[in-house]
Design a protein around this ligand. Sequence first.
Ligand SMILES: [Zn+2]
Length: 98
Amino acid sequence: MHPTLMNRRELDDIRLWLSQEIERLQLRVQVSDIDAAGERSLIRRRRAQAALCRLEMGTYGDYCKCGLSIEVERLRLDPAAPFCADCQAEIDDRRRAA
Ligand SMILES: [Zn+2]
């Protein structure tokens, strides 16, 4: 975690946002059939749950798959972001190329 960059109150706000997001997405998954929109909600819920899990473990934002931290500004914009900007750009490029 980045105690000097994100204070406890900000982390509490993110925890609350993620919990509410998971609930919202849970409802959406339940009411939608397994179509493309339902699938997207499921993926977003999984992403939010993983972020909440990292927050509870005290590793929130710590390690991207490249070993670097996820940028704080990035987490403020997307609290469930699983990757740093560079890794996400690489993933997006590969997806576009596929
Ligand atoms: Zn990375």
